[in-house]
Ligand binder design. Structure first.
Ligand code: APR
Ligand code: PHB
Length: 392
């Protein structure tokens, strides 16, 4: 077995792990990231693409935003569609801020490409990653690569290994608490090289179920429809999916929708999940390892960004001055923002989807809320300020 030391070992090289790694490197801290998959596999995952200003500001601070600035699409509003009525949420006018549409895959690629020149070491294809002695001041990781076992000793271990990774499981059941809501539907997504039907996003609540019109660029569109959670994707050849999108998004969007062959098509389940606390001894959780939001509102990556901002501040302070206050406060600070994003994602999901058990009363509540939003600047402001991102 080989053995080495570093200051911070990060499990998981998705967007949370890479962002945290870059932030710590900027403070001069030694970091090693261990990632189970290959770089190509990590870049093959397709996820939501709406970045809050907090995240674009962070990428600017890191100096990893050249492509984002050139290719990112600033969006200052979006639509909620209720039947044939479109409610415009003027995010820019109501908050003075904008979001940026830029694929998370592209964010990950930019972070990956900037890693070598900044001394951010990422070990890809690290198998059997295991965490040890996380309660102590001398935690360590083991992993296997190319048949050889390796050990990394660190002062801190950061679990950025997503929902299924080993880090959260290293915290004993007696210490942790899970809050979870699983929704009875998933999103069937299609990516296609066609122009978007609208320059802004449309979230639609239709009797057949939710639909979303989104995009990646002026020539690449991303659409979703709500389907039963156990739906067989084989039931949705491209033509049927385009027909259904046209129905659910309404006649105006349908008239401007260009169809094309799917370059990616998949079904993702919807879940709200929070694990508390986000620190145990010398182990920290950040991103999807600690919390999941349903994609309505696109908060997943943005929440990972606020976690790693708080965490890098806490760890930076510790190494600079030995001050452990930030470390002690990390979990509470991060969770305060996590719960607010959980609330917003749950609210938008509940408002815009058709639940199998929805009775007539629940449907009236959805309609009344959409009516209220349509007529109230205050209600639109509440949505806009959450959509654009709550302050850190
Ligand atoms: N060992 C090492 N790495 C692991 C292990 C393991 N046992 N298990 C998982 N990983 C890696 C995964 O391969 C993945 O690359 O951890 C990474 C976790 O990445 P994500 O699942 O993307 O989670 P996170 O980085 O927290 O993402 C934050 O961004 O892309 C969005 O939707 C995503 O909302 C999420 C947010
Ligand atoms: C996407 O473009 O994939 C997307 C956009 C907004 C969402 C979710 C997903 O709320």
């Amino acid at each position: 077995m080989t053995r080495r030391e570093t200051q911070v070992a990060i499990v998981g090289g998705g967007p949370a792990g890479l962002l945290l790694g870059h932030l710590l490197r900027m403070e001069g801290i030694e970091v090693v990231v261990v990632e189970r998959a290959s770089a190509d596999y990590v870049l093959g995952r397709i996820r939501a693409g709406v970045l809050e200003a907090t995240l674009t500001d962070l990428l600017a601070r890191l100096g990893i935003d050249a492509r984002l600035k050139a290719e990112g699409l600033p969006h200052d509003g979006f639509f909620l569609a209720d039947g044939e009525k479109l409610i415009h949420i003027d995010v820019g006018g109501l908050t003075g801020k904008t979001v940026t549409v830029y694929g998370q895959t592209e964010v990950t690629r930019d972070l990956m490409e900037a890693a070598p020149e900044r001394g951010l070491e990422v070990v890809y294809e690290a198998g059997d990653v295991a965490l040890h002695d996380v309660e102590s001041d001398a935690p360590w990781l083991t992993y296997v690569k190319d048949g050889v076992e390796h050990r990394i000793d660190a002062r801190f271990v950061c679990g950025c290994d997503g929902f299924h990774g080993p880090s959260r499981k290293a915290i004993p059941d007696s210490v942790g608490r899970v809050y979870e809501k699983v929704y009875p539907f998933g999103w069937l997504g299609i990516l296609a090289d066609v122009a978007p039907c609208h320059h802004e996003l449309i979230y639609a609540n239709h009797p057949n179920g939710f639909a979303l019109a989104s995009m990646r660029s002026p020539t690449r569109s991303r659409y979703y429809i709500q389907v039963p959670v156990d739906e067989d994707i084989a039931l949705w050849p491209d033509d049927r999916l385009w027909d259904e999108l046209a129905v659910r998004l309404g006649p105006e969007a349908a008239s401007r929708m260009t169809r094309g062959p799917a370059i990616e098509k998949s079904i993702a389940p919807l879940r709200s999940f929070v694990f508390e606390p986000m620190r145990h001894g010398s182990l920290f959780l950040a991103g999807d390892s600690a919390h999941i939001v349903p994609p309505t509102g696109a908060k997943g990556l943005n929440l990972a960004a606020s976690d790693v901002i708080y965490l890098s501040e806490a760890i930076g302070r510790f190494f600079k001055s030995g001050d452990a206050e930030g470390i002690a406060g990390y979990s509470d600070r991060a969770l305060a923002r996590v719960w607010k994003s959980e609330r917003f994602s749950w609210q938008l999901t509940t408002l815009m989807h058709r639940f199998p058990e929805t009775d007539a009363f629940d449907r009236q509540m959805q309609q009344a809320e959409l009516d209220y939003i349509a007529g109230s600047r205050a209600a639109q402001t509440a949505i806009a300020e959450n959509y654009v991102g709550l302050p850190l």
